[in-house]
Design a protein around this ligand. Structure first.
Ligand SMILES: N[C@@H](CCC(=O)N[C@@H](CS)C(=O)NCC(=O)O)C(=O)O
Length: 235
């Protein structure tokens, strides 16, 4: 493998979190579109990168890495910023919350996007699952809001950690997906400290660059609209 870092992405997919983190950290990279309309993420060739057939996958000089949380940690550790240093109490807390966001919040949200993978094709069962998951997500948001109110340095939007971008994208998707579904369960105003984080992020150059690249619109986190990517297909 050469030294180039390549992000396999689709617009407004989990790869957006990785793109934002790389832009924030100033990590040089190329992007390679995965054509979801053609189900390219399930192809044998893509599964050589991510055997689970999920986006993102990141080619690095150390080999291919997948799972958003793992990629974020790899990026921050390699850049030497974007996460608290090893051996600090901030690092301990940061890791706990990064893993919570990755394996609980993201997973619960993902279930609302793909209920068919969990309960099959019966619409009533899908809608019941979504309701259960949304009430879990509301509890998670309350916990995250409490955390944000305690102002840990790694949730400061003026010096964003990679976790800030993870949370921001999840909040974006709560407001947008799945399309044409009940939206009444989610209001950013319920979590004012998280909302303030999103406002700060929207002033970052990294966000402006990603907005342009993926057609995210002017306020991708605080008042998101569906993406209109200049290339490729959305979810
Ligand atoms: N646990 C994975 C989840 C990634 C994920 O859900 N990717 C979605 C796009 S946002 C995907 O690839 N969906 C395509 C599919 O399920 O076929 C991660 O954190 O990277």
């Amino acid at each position: 493998m050469d030294r180039e870092i390549r992000l396999h992405y689709a617009p407004d997919n989990a790869s957006l979190i990785v793109r934002l983190a790389m832009l924030e950290l100033g990590i040089d990279h190329r992007t390679v579109l995965v054509d979801r309309a053609a189900k390219a993420q399930s192809s044998p060739i893509y599964r050589l990168l991510n055997p689970h057939g999920l986006i993102p996958a990141l080619e690095t000089p150390d080999g291919v890495i997948f799972e958003t949380g793992a990629i974020l940690l790899w990026l921050a550790d390699n850049a030497g910023r974007g996460a608290p240093a090893i051996g600090t109490s901030d690092r301990t807390q940061f890791l706990a919350w990064l893993f919570f966001v990755s394996n609980t919040l993201h997973t619960d949200l993902r279930t609302t996007f793909y209920p068919m993978h969990y309960v099959g094709g019966v619409p009533e069962m899908q809608s019941a699952l979504r309701q259960t998951q949304r009430s879990r997500i509301c509890n998670h948001l309350a916990t995250l809001e409490e955390l944000a109110a305690s102002t840990p340095v790694w949730l400061d939007g003026s010096q964003p950690s990679v976790l800030c971008y993870y949370i921001a994208c999840l909040l974006r998707w709560m407001a947008l997906y799945p399309q044409d579904d009940d939206r009444s369960w989610f209001a950013l105003s319920d979590t004012p400290h998280l909302a303030a984080l999103l406002v700060a992020l929207e002033n970052r150059e990294a966000v402006k660059t990603a907005q342009h690249a993926e057609g995210l619109g002017p306020t991708p986190f605080t008042a998101p609209t569906y993406c209109s990517p200049p290339e490729g297909s959305a979810t």
